[in-house]
Design a protein around this ligand. Structure first.
Ligand SMILES: [Fe+2]
Length: 583
């Protein structure tokens, strides 16, 4: 982020005219924590030169003057931790998040890396480079979760060093295998040391860590966490010098519980931020983004300016970018939101780097279409499957099998069930709500696959297949019969990724995700429609969960207990061991 202090100095003092003056602003000052009516702001090129009661000395013949008529102005909001490689492309996502006042997004593209490696990371960064918001990226720090089971692609140390030279790449993404840190896994320690030597930020993920283990994690240079789900966890981390991102997104909503106790305990808020950790198309339409976090916190009693500071200044301070961004003051980049009122928090105008990108609540900046390279849309490397590929062999008339029981879309437990064996194949039982579930390697062409059983799915359909699952990106197929399971899988091979629901050979719902099998090239509206339809079809068919699309997303996710399925096998997460399907 280059700056000419010479020019800014000249404009501030009145020796050179400003390009733009915003007059009669009610400035929300996140530094002094006050609202300053009648403020004038002078902007030169992309930065603020002057903030004060009278900017007339910065006015020249060509200076554009906008009278904001007492409207509130705040710094642009930031989402300090978001997985943008989900559902829609950044080009489409920004059209919604920008209107929520989010001018900076800190992306952690784990799933693009797990399918496309460092090449995918570079391309994803490129994808975000010419959009009307700021995109920063971290090198995914957590893949593969555990090499014994997971085979996803990763960014090597040499590649990470190269990545740090790319503008906008800030450091290392959530290091979610904290055991690798506390056990000083040599590769992990080398990566952490490299980041620290380069003065880079390392994002944390400390779910379940406390006491000496948490101390070891923090002492290794990892200073943030977005995993606290209650106030005690927030406080333990704050006391160790960590920064907390309060998560309010599609996977979890932790804001309500945490903010209430932040208030009653009068907790120091300068190290608190809001983050989404990822938003699905329905949620961003229904709730909004970081604007929603401000509204909700204020409803709970948080001071409006404190909430705005947590959504802006604190994020940039955490990322060591406070000298450039986070508030409205001389020298800062001119990322400015203009509001009619601070209750609705819907910006009327938005400036990013002094350029008007939103006017009257509509994006006025041209959004360039991005052409995705072909290799990134050809990632489902799987031969055509037949019903026989989904057989589970066993002798006798019945078999006892280890089953993944869904407690929620995300949480599982291991149970046993007795199932019938027909012609040497263990069959699912709709009466018992036991379904087949399959995981295929779709990245490396190894033909590795596991066929197991799933209970409590409930949706009476033929098959539900998906190429997107957190950090593994296997082809996951859930089904009541092998024939439909093969058809669903083959549809995704044909379309090169997405989610599909099939019954008796017919497609009931689909959501194409052509980029790496995890992100769509379609418009936000189209993806949103597909997403709603897919979940509705599954719910109407009997699925008891609100968001059935999450089931294949989490089934191979090794960071959560109890039992998971990957192409490499059925995994007992706690004991870190493979389980046989038939006992
Ligand atoms: Fe995350």
């Amino acid at each position: 982020m280059s700056r000419s202090i010479q020019t800014l100095n000249e404009v501030a003092i009145g020796d050179k005219p400003a390009d733009l003056i915003l007059e009669d602003c009610s400035l929300v000052n996140v530094y002094s924590r006050e609202i300053m009516p009648g403020t004038q702001i002078s902007i030169s090129h992309d930065r603020i030169a002057y903030v004060g009661p009278d900017a007339s000395h910065t006015k020249g013949k060509k200076t554009v003057v906008i009278n904001l008529k007492k409207k509130y102005v705040t710094p642009g909001f930031a989402d300090p931790h978001i997985h943008l490689d989900q559902f829609v492309s950044p080009v489409e996502f920004v059209k919604k998040s920008l209107l929520c006042g989010v001018t900076s997004l800190f992306s952690d593209p784990i799933d693009i890396v797990s399918t496309c490696g460092y090449r995918g990371f570079k391309e994803f960064v490129k994808m975000t480079s010419e959009l009307p918001a700021r995109f920063f990226h971290v090198v995914p720090g957590g893949v593969p979760v555990d090499k014994k089971f997971s085979h996803g692609r990763e960014v090597s140390l040499a590649e990470a060093k190269l990545a740090l030279k790319i503008p906008g790449v800030l450091g290392l993404g959530e290091v979610f295998s904290w055991a690798k840190v506390t056990k000083r896994d040599p590769k992990t320690m080398r990566m952490l040391s490299t980041m620290l030597e380069n003065d880079c930020v390392i994002n944390g993920h400390t779910a379940g860590a406390s006491g000496k283990k948490l101390n070891a994690y923090v002492s290794s240079g990892i200073l943030s966490c977005h995993e606290p789900i209650n106030f005690d966890q927030v406080l333990e981390r704050l006391r160790l010098g960590m920064w907390i991102m309060i998560r309010e997104g599609s996977i979890r909503r932790d804001l309500k519980d945490i903010v209430k106790l932040v208030l009653s305990n009068k907790t120091y808020i300068d190290r608190l931020m809001f983050c989404s950790d990822g938003l699905d198309p329905s949620d961003i339409i229904k709730f909004g983004h970081i604007d929603h976090c401000i509204r909700e916190s204020v409803k709970l009693g948080l001071n409006q300016i404190d909430a705005i500071s947590m959504a802006s200044k604190n994020c940039f301070d955490y990322y060591n970018m406070g000298k450039d961004l986070g508030g409205i003051a001389p020298g800062k980049l001119a990322d400015i939101l203009v509001f009619d009122d601070l209750d609705k928090m819907k910006p009327r105008k938005i400036f990013v780097g002094g350029k008007l990108v939103v006017s009257n609540g509509t994006i006025v900046s041209k959004i360039k279409k991005y052409t995705v390279p072909k290799w990134m849309t050809k990632t489902v490397n799987l031969r055509k499957l037949s019903g026989d590929d989904f057989r589970v062999k066993s002798r006798g008339d019945t078999a006892t099998v280890n089953v993944i029981n869904l407690k929620t879309e995300i949480i599982t437990e291991k149970i046993n069930e007795n199932l019938s064996v027909k012609e040497g194949n263990v069959v699912p039982s709709i009466d018992k709500d036991v379904w087949k579930v399959a995981a295929f390697d779709r990245t490396f062409g190894t033909r590795k696959h596991t066929i197991g059983f799933l209970k409590n799915f409930g949706a009476k359909i033929g098959a539900f297949a998906s190429t997107w699952n957190f950090h593994e990106n296997n082809m996951l197929v859930i089904g009541s019969n092998e024939k439909d399971m093969a058809i669903a899988a083959n549809r995704l091979v044909d379309t090169q990724g997405g989610m599909v629901v099939v019954s008796e050979g017919k497609t009931l719902a689909s959501m194409p995700l052509q980029i790496s099998g995890i992100v769509s090239t379609n418009s936000f509206e189209k993806v949103s429609e597909n997403f709603e339809n897919l979940n509705t079809v599954l719910a109407d068919a009997g699925c008891v969960f609100k968001k059935p699309h999450l089931i294949p997303l989490f089934l191979p996710f090794l960071a959560l207990p109890d039992i998971r399925i990957l192409s490499t096998g059925l995994v007992d997460v706690k004991n870190r061991s493979f389980l046989s399907v038939v006992t």
